[in-house]
Design a protein around this ligand. Sequence first.
Ligand code: ALA
Length: 474
Amino acid sequence: MTILAASPCPALDAPDVAPLAAVVGADLSVPLVHGGHARYVNLDYAASAPALRAVADRVAELLPLYASVHRGAGYASVVCTSAYEAARAEIAAFVGAGPDDAVVFTRNTTDALNLLATAVPGFAPGVGVPGAGGVVHLDIEHHANLLPWQRLGARVVRAGGTRAQTVAAVAAELAAAPAALLAVTGASNVTGECPPLAELTSVAHRHGARIVVDGAQLVPHRRVALAESGIDYLAFSGHKIYAPFGAGVLVGRRDWLEAAPPYLAGGGAVREVRLGGTEWAAVPARHEAGTPNVVGAVALAAACRAVAALGAEAVTAHETALVRRLTRGLAGIDGVRPLRLWPSAAGDEPGGESGEADRIGVVTFTVDGYPADLVAQYLSAEHGIGVRDGRFCAHPLLARLTADPAGVRASLGLGSRAADVDRLVTALAELRAHGPAWAYARTEAGCAPDPDPRALPDWLAGGVPGPASACSDQ
Ligand code: ALA
């Protein structure tokens, strides 16, 4: 067995990379099982990114003025109503929405895609009744962009061995039978690879279908220009774009949304209610029943503003340098196997098949000899590194990419730095060279350090962390 990446590691000789933006919790110190503390290395941005400092500041500014939206005459209500609608306009501008596009606030991407599923012509909500069209999606999707369509009896296209083959497979499916909608991810939450959206958009349109992009992973990392690109619908979440305050959005063409029944029936979504029937409001209010989440909306808009101000090129350059460092570091450790959909001839790093922009800062791998949950527990317990393990709510894709039951995912973003990557690479090299230094036990709830002396914060009244894999949808 060859183990590199002890010291010095070739990958670690690369130039230093500093955080691109300030995030809350950047200097968090976490307990280790063998005593002492370490600076927390957050490599789990793809699950939920930390709040940008600018977002937290904006929320702190808003909270003293917090009041109802679209419901009150008080000054604070007027401010909140204005802030809510300004947030909508800011998000529309951030994603380059056209005049015909609506921005509907939702809870997150899953919520936004479920909303759209109720608006596809020819389908009844929750019932697999193909009507005027149909939905087609790739086999690589996150469950958020798979289950709403599966419920509607969607057709699945296997993403091919290359991006071009994937486009050809989609074209063949759409030519074989028409569809109303093509649903694709903007970037895989497992491999970080980006499907060719421009080509898929033109294929969809050529065959009379619309396209919806699950932008949960893409939008925090790359500029998306809806009107310019022709993409019809885009869904994304605040908690992945540094605004973890419970809001997401569906942005896109108004007509389907206007024709659909309200997503939720309730106050705010109506024009007039009589005991015998209701006249529903127009979009976006039509699909925003209940008291709006103004804090989430304002936070999301603040995040969009902050990311836009950094500039797409700077964001891509920062991330590409870190991903390159990470993939080179992992390549130097025997037995660490990154998962790829479209491995490039140039190697397992950005800049291969169709350029660096085709991959975001998400890398999933398996480690020979160690189950994924043990690797993740080891990284946390002995090194203070946070990653996600499991099947990442993308079960069909994991089953396709590896014979292992699960993978380990490292994902990064604006607050990441070279030292974060180096800590991960060094810890994995140590694991492969010497195994874990602590004991781990497996119970029905998953794998956990045994014992686990790390206390939770005082305000949680004691206790120790439980295994992450208690979640059944890993
Ligand atoms: N969709 C999120 C992830 O990939 C939760 O981790």
